[in-house]
Design a protein around this ligand. Structure first.
Ligand SMILES: *Cc1c(COP(=O)(O)O)cnc(C)c1O
Length: 463
């Protein structure tokens, strides 16, 4: 024991000192590039970690090894982030991958909006203070037929703002089939509680009628809330009232109808052979008082929560203190404006990546897959094949709906290991693993990523 203790003492004594590590050339270089204090802290942290983990078996690290570790830490953590990845999953709106990629025009708009000052909250004509919502409200009206619109940070915030403004201390009637979890722990009953409203569930899980809502109306009722089942499907013996029916009920009783349509597709997805989604313009047309949707799902824009509807309610929402807390920033506002203009120009399918992907022709995907698969070097250690596959919309839109697609299928020894390697490779690629094979679905791979994809696959195979 004593002998071992002495050995440890000896080891601890041989651990390089902070000043010795700091005088290493590589560390000195890092100190000219980065903050001296921050580099010193990193070195200290590393040395104290060495001190606390060293045991009989471990070797005392050299100064050079400690420098290696510090450099690696900096390279990994002190770099721009998020890292771009190639989405080969076939899931068009992938929340973990940042949802909708932006159009060229939207990207340019974010750059323009942030490189200098702007008239974000200034009326150039009068020189008076303006509202960041004025322009976007008009665009949203033109697109959806609503009287006014308001944009906040995301749809979750939009809902909390709407409910807090209109239903604080009041009852909100929701169908039992719609008091659901939307994803990432966002549960409608919790949202209501947070907004200070009381949830009144009506109907049953599969069937709810207008009369179920009607029976619960009283002087405590603040709103009727309808939520689109965006990430699940109830099929079979089902019934739910239309928004028109609910709107008639609401109008007759002076109760606002709030409709959360989720992905907020302004284009009818049935045009591309997909199932219908509630469109904001249809919701407004049906008489909804406030319609809520996301900016970065099927709309194909930046993260945002969009609310359209009656002017009186929009005004109430926009003056609530939470509207200030949830307000959208100028870059997202600029990107959203550019995205909405694509719809007004009827060029969404050609300009917005999400719609380019949804509308991509099967033959084109096939041709691209063939062209790329040929370039992948062959070997008897793995097989490469072009296969027909299925893409999905994802991101809480069109549950269970798939689109025929083409992909490159690679059968390798260890698909999980291969996937990990290509995720952490030169250009990270996120494939899908299906039936023990790695699949690269062409539908979600942007056209200008083809070359990088092949380089990544080749690199992964050769290393
Ligand atoms: C996705 C979704 C939300 C949440 O929207 P975020 O923009 O992610 O906050 C709310 N409601 C429905 C129905 C959704 O599909």
């Amino acid at each position: 024991m004593i002998k071992q203790g002495q050995k440890m003492q000896e080891k601890l004594r041989h651990i390089p000192s902070v000043s010795a590590v700091l005088s290493d050339t590589r560390i000195s270089e890092l100190m000219t590039e980065y903050s001296t204090a921050a580099i010193t802290d990193l070195v200290r942290e590393k040395l104290s970690q060495v001190r606390s983990t060293i045991d009989d078996e471990s070797e005392v690290p050299t100064i050079s090894q400690i420098s290696d570790h510090v450099s690696a830490h900096i390279e990994q953590n002190w770099a721009n982030w998020p890292t771009n990845v190639i989405n080969a999953t076939g899931v068009v709106i992938h929340t973990n991958l940042g949802r909708a990629p932006l159009s060229t025009e939207s990207i340019q708009a974010t750059i323009d909006s942030s490189k200098t000052y702007s008239d974000l909250e200034l009326e150039l004509d009068s020189g008076k203070r303006g509202s960041r919502h004025a322009r976007i409200s008009q665009l949203l009206s033109s697109l959806t037929g609503a009287e006014a619109g308001l944009v906040v940070n995301n749809n979750a915030a939009a809902l909390i703002l709407g409910l807090s403004t209109l239903a604080l201390g009041k009852e909100v009637i929701v169908s039992r089939s719609e008091a659901v979890e939307i994803g990432g722990g966002f549960r409608i009953p919790d949202v209501l509680k947070q907004s200070g409203a009381t949830l009144i569930e009506v109907g049953t899980t599969n069937r709810t009628y207008v009369t179920d809502y009607e029976k619960e109306l009283n002087e405590e009722t603040g709103a009727i809330l309808s939520i689109h089942a965006s990430n699940f499907k109830i099929i079979g013996f089902t019934a739910s009232p239309s928004i028109t029916e609910l709107s008639i009920l609401g109008a007759g009783n002076g109760i606002p109808i709030l409709h959360d349509v989720g992905s907020g597709s302004l284009i009818d997805p049935t045009k591309y052979g997909l199932a219908p989604e509630p469109l904001p313009q249809e919701s407004i047309d049906a008489g909804t008082d406030l319609c809520f949707f996301s900016g970065d799902k099927l709309l194909g824009g930046p993260q945002a929560g969009i609310i359209v509807g009656r002017k009186t309610y929009i005004e109430q929402l926009s003056t609530h203190p939470l509207a200030r807390a949830f307000r959208i920033d100028k870059m997202n506002l600029a990107a959203l404006t550019a995205t909405l203009i694509h719809y007004l120009k009827e060029e969404a399918q050609n300009k917005i990546p999400v719609w380019q992907m949804v509308s991509a022709e099967l033959e084109d995907l096939h041709r691209r897959a063939d062209k790329l698969a040929i370039i992948i070097p062959s070997s008897n250690l793995y097989s490469v094949k072009v296969i027909q596959t299925k893409s999905t919309i994802g991101g809480g839109s069109l549950p269970g709906e798939t689109m025929d697609s083409y992909g490159i299928q690679m059968k390798v020894n260890n698909p999980e290991k291969f996937a990990r390697k290509i995720r952490t490779g030169i250009t990270p690629v996120i494939p899908r693993i299906e039936k023990d094979a790695v699949i690269f679905d062409l539908r979600t791979i942007l056209k200008n990523e083809d070359e990088a994809l092949i380089a990544s696959i080749t690199h992964t195979l050769q290393n």
